[in-house]
Write a protein of this length. Structure first.
Length: 422
């Protein structure tokens, strides 16, 4: 059948898929709350300068992937491509530096990037993320990593591996970047066009390249782990020790620079063997200079983002049972349809999930629909042998029946929950 379709790189969620998404977000909210993180919401679009200043003009996100437009007032706005810069803007704008530090926040929202759609990667995708702002302690790095690992464990994400790296800081990274640029200039002829451009803008971005010739050059490049200052080395060693103490197995990966310019010190990424070549399922790192870069006071921070579509793929084919009503109300006489409607409304106001016929079905059709929707009970109204104020409750799975007063139906249903809900 021809007709309108969702734009390329977007998708619809059907009811069972939406139920899985709801369960994922509810699980995340529970896990994050246990660690002391509180939910916040930021706008879908921000001033473009926030991402140019925060994410970095040399990144592929800013150079190639942002959805940017000029509004009717002549302002340049951008649909949110990532979650950390907006949280930092929120922290500055609302004076959260006055709160007890660190301030722990989490979010769930759509992100927008113009990139090639592929399995679990869409131009409009949803992300779960968390940020801890206001502490430079290595325990905070370890906590956000452990929290994301706990979320994946509770969701049943399989085949996980944890890669970690240190990006150094303002004391040691500039000298390393200089050495890396000198090395790459000596082998510039072997680099792809993008990496030649990255060489001048930010040579660290070359580690993101997937071109085999570039990867071979970078295999022999100086590694930042060999050039960390004593403070960065001590910080990183403490993070590794804490992660191992809670049962995680961090693997060092010198290529792990992430795709954003604001990272300092710890970077990390979880990947899943179930996702093939594009195996990343969530990651992040420390960004101690970002808030100052955006105009706020010098403030350390660390956080992560995880795409829910990637999580869902790594969870595999896990069925989420559809929500079933406790009862389906069946009108045995046309003149009782109004009573049926009113009774259903009363039960729903009392917190009970019930359904009734909305398609003028016959009695037989109503009973079939009661079974199709998974109701535990059929409530029969208008039986000739019963007084008008009585209903018959039929157990659909076992076939038992009981006559109860309509006024006491809510109490009866609450006292007889379906077996799976007991």
């Amino acid at each position: 059948m021809s007709g309108p379709r969702a734009p390329k790189g977007t998708y619809d969620l059907l009811p069972d898929e939406a139920a899985q998404r709801d369960r994922m977000v509810a699980t995340a909210a529970h896990v994050f709350a246990a660690y002391g993180y509180r939910h916040v919401v930021t706008p879908e679009f921000e001033e473009t300068s926030l991402f140019e200043r925060g994410v970095g003009e040399a990144t592929d996100i800013v150079r190639k992937e942002m959805y940017t437009f000029t509004d009717k007032g002549g302002r340049s706005l951008t649909l949110r491509p990532e979650g950390t810069a907006p949280i930092c803007r929120l922290y500055i704008e609302h004076g959260l530096h006055k709160w007890p530090q660190p301030v722990k926040l989490w979010y769930y929202c759509p992100m927008f990037r113009y990139e090639r759609p592929q399995a679990g990667r869409y131009r409009e995708h949803y992300q779960l993320g968390a940020e801890a702002i206001g502490s430079a302690a290595p325990e905070v790095d370890a906590e956000v990593i452990a929290m994301l690992a706990q979320l994946f464990a509770e969701l049943g994400v399989g085949g996980l591996r944890l890669a970690v790296n240190s990006m150094g800081d303002a004391a040691c990274r500039p000298a390393y970047v200089g050495r890396l640029r000198d090395y790459l200039r000596g082998r510039e002829a072997e680099l792809c066009g993008d990496c030649r451009e990255r060489l001048e803008l930010n040579p660290l971005r070359t580690f993101d390249c997937k071109v085999e010739t570039c990867r071979a050059v970078l295999d022999e490049a100086p590694r930042i782990g060999d050039h960390l200052c004593p403070d960065c080395r001590a910080h990183f060693d403490t993070v590794l020790d804490l992660l191992r103490r809670v049962g995680l197995d961090p693997q060092l990966d010198f290529r792990l620079v992430r795709g954003l310019d604001y990272y300092t010190r710890t970077t990390f990424e979880f990947s899943s063997d179930l996702l093939g070549a594009q195996s990343g399922v969530g990651g992040g790192g420390r960004y101690d200079g970002l808030i100052e870069q955006l105009g706020g006071p010098p403030t350390p921070g660390v956080g992560f983002g995880s795409g829910v579509e990637r999580i869902a793929l790594a969870m595999g084919a896990r069925e989420v049972p559809a929500a079933a009503p406790v009862a389906f109300l069946v009108a045995f006489a046309a003149e009782r349809r109004g009573d049926t409607f009113a009774l259903a409304h009363e039960l729903r106001r009392g917190g009970l999930a019930v359904e009734l016929d909305l398609a003028a079905r016959s009695v037989k059709g109503q009973l079939r629909q009661a079974a199709r929707c998974g109701a535990a009970y059929a409530v029969l109204l208008g039986l000739a042998e019963l007084p008008a104020d009585m209903v018959r409750v039929k157990t659909l799975a076992g076939g038992g029946e009981e006559d109860v007063p309509a006024a006491g139906l809510a109490a009866w249903l609450a006292a007889h929950p379906p077996k799976g809900d007991a």
